[in-house]
Ligand binder design. Structure first.
Ligand code: C5P
Length: 245
């Protein structure tokens, strides 16, 4: 079984990130590098992770005019990224420019855009203050449809949104953060779900950071998550997540 874990390497040192990634490599499906590593040690870290032989997801959250996004995505593609995040609210032309730039940079390699819909940190009030009427859920669905129609391969979504995204944009890969195995604290995440719950609700990939990277034995923590996914899938028909809606 290929692990669905994309481990979030939220560290400020490239050496530490690559060392940890190498130790985790046999137990995870890929690596996620975010703004902290990109802005500190820099994009060279992408290549160092790519050399470990697993897909690298560059969480750059691009959002700019199409030409700039095209050029930035091309650089990320050249570095060997498998995926890059782009804010879907940047519009259709920007999404297409990102996908084209990425493919151009990746040349023969496979690479795709993952759309960010509504940041999970935003509430209804935050959205209305930016001029967006409606709930984050409604806006996410609208943006997921837009992303699917304009070249995105997938979308970043919370466990709660998995069902609705699958129905409005079934072609998109669903990549889900906010995952905590049973018994692990939520840290700053407001709404968490277990790996089994996320997979049984339709996630293709799980972004997991601290539950693995801060464990006493990170490799074992990742292996335990993989093992938990091999037991009979628990069906969550209506979970606490739905009841909160
Ligand atoms: O440590 P933890 O598992 O909470 O890390 C989750 C990762 O997913 C972090 O890198 C965080 O930036 C990212 N993420 C998130 N929620 C989103 C989008 C990305 O937690 N909505």
């Amino acid at each position: 079984m290929t692990s669905p874990i994309l481990v979030a390497l939220d560290l400020d040192s490239a050496e530490e990130a690559v060392r940890l990634a190498a130790a985790l490599e046999p137990a995870v499906g890929g690596f996620k590098i975010g703004l902290e590593l990109l802005m500190g040690p820099g994009p060279g870290t992408i290549g160092a992770l790519v050399r470990l032989g697993k897909p690298v997801f560059v969480d750059a959250k691009l959002h700019d005019i199409p030409t700039t996004v095209h050029r930035a995505a091309r650089q990320i593609g050249r570095a060997g990224a498998r995926w890059v995040t782009v804010h879907a609210s940047g519009g259709a032309a920007q999404l297409e420019a990102a996908a084209e730039g990425l493919a151009e940079g990746a040349r023969a390699g496979r690479a795709g855009v993952l759309a960010v819909t509504v940041l999970t940190s935003l509430t209804d009030t935050d959205l209305s203050m930016t001029g967006v009427a409606g709930t984050p859920g409604k806006q996410s669905s609208r943006l997921a449809r837009l992303a699917a129609a304009h070249g995105a391969e997938g979308v970043i979504c919370s466990v709660k949104e998995l069902g609705v995204i699958a129905s409005v944009a079934p072609s998109l890969l669903r990549v889900t953060p906010g995952i905590r195995p049973q018994g692990i604290g939520a840290d700053d995440q407001k709404r968490v779900a277990t790996p089994q719950e996320a997979i049984s609700r339709g996630a293709d990939w799980l972004v997991i950071g601290r539950a693995i990277t801060r464990a006493a034995d990170p490799r074992r923590a990742a292996e335990l998550i993989n093992e938990s996914l091999q037991t009979d899938a628990v069906v969550y028909a209506r979970s606490d997540l739905d009841r909160e809606e």
